[in-house]
Design a protein around this ligand. Structure first.
Ligand SMILES: [Zn+2]
Length: 553
């Protein structure tokens, strides 16, 4: 029994020309070889399965070939080429950094680099998944990369360029590999199918290519799987069954139903899709892509953006002819919004059904209101001089009567609004201060206002403020009327103290009773002293004393 060899290995490209989808990189490398401008380090970046390692191997083979052809491809016949194709060449060393990422692995590689090649001109070291090397391994490698022997060439490959440290990046010539286009993958698969004697429907290969998402290796392994499932006749329906891909046919049928305003049919189709096990979100994003594909069919300039097989492309063209542009515009708005709301929705199925419901009513208002015919919203391209005019927003579809038992409120996605968190500013750090600081700041302020408000200033300098508790300051005021005045005029003082001492400082103006015992300065011991003090403070009393002849003297 013949041993089965996977297509990715059996049909691995042996020359730059046969690498699919990377012709620019192939041409650049060949050019460098021809001119003899070889660098000691290359970095091949790009997604998985696009040909980085393959190109590295072809490069190694070509630079060691004894008789390269005029097109700078390896001859495939010389001793070196044969040793390459028989996997016995000593000129190529491959290290998978994903599994050999320690310092020791790199050290043994560096040891190998010291040995010059016996046959061939160059020793090529391919380090795959180089971003997986540990930092210390990177550092151990750096010295060799800086001063390599003349015969050594390093080709580093990575899917994650951003993880490569700048010191490595700056020492490498960087090549960016791109994803392979659907068309390129399809034609390569077709080629292999022909060689294997397998007949394939073009649409079937297209589905495989789409599933591979730009990676040839994936496309080939999917192809192998499909062939082992289908045998020598690969059909579209067998492929969508095997790969569990949602058939285009559903979307064509669904769009027909929507254009006919038949939401019942739309619901039935959606249910059928769900029963087959397809995710509702996947379905909605597929529907968006479907509308997009119909839209690109509207113009010959954009039709090349349609990446489907021939038979399906024809169906797209037909449906596109039946779809007005303003329907597509509104439909895309609805499906895109549905995709956005999906994750927030408490009842996603209902959300999708509401979207289908709304889709099925696009354009019904215009038919009812024929007197006012509006131009279809043509999408104007933005030009340099003109402002881009957004397509005219058509009126929202009228809300049709709801079937019994369905509440529109329940269909609207429940958007969980988090309570807005109000940033409460951290109270500025409480400063602690002592009485000495208080007195200093107090006097400072009083001095500052001396020329502007001399009376207020002198009143503040009259006594010494007292710190009665942590933030409370007491200042004596003689006379109730002055207390009010001080309260009115002390805002600025308070602001000064808050700023310099503590934001929570408070000043209490304490009306001082005219009480002999409390005054420090003048202790009033005798009746005479007391009377004198009272009369001097209040001339009315003096008058009364005189009037009533209360002379005590
Ligand atoms: Zn050769």
């Amino acid at each position: 029994m013949e041993q089965f060899v996977v297509s990715a290995i059996k049909y691995r490209p042996l020359s730059f020309a046969s690498v699919v989808g990377q012709s620019t990189i192939g041409a650049t490398l060949k050019n460098a070889i021809q001119r003899g401008h070889l660098s000691h380090a290359y970095l091949f970046c790009g997604p998985r399965g696009v040909g980085k390692t393959t190109c590295a191997r072809i490069f190694a083979k070509t630079i060691n070939c004894l008789n390269p052809d005029s097109n700078m491809e390896a001859c495939g016949e010389c001793e070196s080429c044969r040793s390459f194709s028989e996997n016995r060449s000593y000129c190529i060393h491959e290290l998978d950094a994903a599994s050999n990422n320690s310092v020791d692995d790199i050290r043994s590689l560096v040891e190998q680099v010291r040995v010059p090649p016996q046959i061939g001109k160059y020793s090529v070291y391919i380090i795959d998944e180089v971003h997986m090397l540990s930092t210390s391994a990177f550092n151990a490698f750096l010295k060799t990369l800086e001063e390599p022997p003349s015969y050594a060439i390093f080709i580093l490959a990575t899917t994650e360029k951003h993880k490569i440290i700048p010191t490595i990046l700056s020492r490498c010539q960087i090549y960016d590999f791109s994803r392979i286009g659907i068309e390129d993958i399809v034609s390569h698969l077709k080629d292999i199918a022909d060689r294997e004697g397998v007949t394939c429907e073009p649409d079937a290969l297209n589905i495989i290519a789409r599933k591979a998402d730009g990676a040839m290796r994936d496309a080939l392994s999917v192809f192998d799987r499909v062939v082992s499932f289908c045998g020598s006749n690969v059909t579209y329906s067998a492929v969508i069954d095997d790969l569990n891909v949602l058939d285009y046919e559903y979307y064509f049928r669904l769009t027909d139903a929507l254009l006919a305003h038949d939401y019942v049919e739309a619901y039935v189709i959606f249910d059928e899709i769900q029963r087959k096990g397809f995710d509702a979100l996947h379905f909605v994003s597929g529907l968006s892509s479907h509308f997009r594909d119909i839209l690109v069919c509207k113009d010959v300039k954009t039709i090349s953006l349609l990446e489907v097989g021939q038979v399906i492309a024809e169906r797209y063209k037909q449906q596109s002819a039946a779809c007005p542009v303003d329907f597509l515009f509104e439909a895309l708005n609805i499906t895109c919004k549905c995709e956005m709301d999906y994750r927030l929705s408490a009842n996603p199925r209902l959300l999708v059904e509401l979207a289908l419901f709304t889709l099925s009513y696009i354009g019904t208002e215009k038919k009812n209101d024929s007197s006012e015919h509006s131009e279809p919203a043509a999408v104007k391209p933005a030009t340099g001089t003109e402002h881009a005019v957004p397509p005219k927003k058509t009126e929202p579809a009228p809300i049709p009567e709801l079937p019994k038992g369905i509440s529109l409120k329940n269909m609207i996605p429940e958007i969980k609004t988090e309570p807005e968190t109000v940033e409460i500013p951290e109270p500025s750090e409480e400063k602690t201060f002592d009485e000495e600081q208080l007195v200093r700041e107090w006097k400072d302020y009083a001095e500052k206002i001396k020329t502007k408000f001399p009376r207020l200033s002198s009143r503040l300098l009259e006594h010494t403020p007292k710190l009665v508790s942590e933030n409370i300051v007491q200042y004596p005021i003689v006379g109730e009327q002055y207390k009010e005045q001080m309260e009115k005029r002390s805002d600025e003082l308070l602001a000064h103290l808050k700023k310099t001492l503590s934001p929570s400082i408070e000043v209490k103006w304490v009306v001082q009773e005219i009480n002999a015992g409390d005054s420090d300065k003048t202790r009033l011991y005798t009746q005479k002293d007391k009377i004198n003090y009272i009369t001097s403070a209040n001339s009315v009393i003096d008058g009364i004393i005189k009037d009533l002849d209360l002379d005590y003297r």
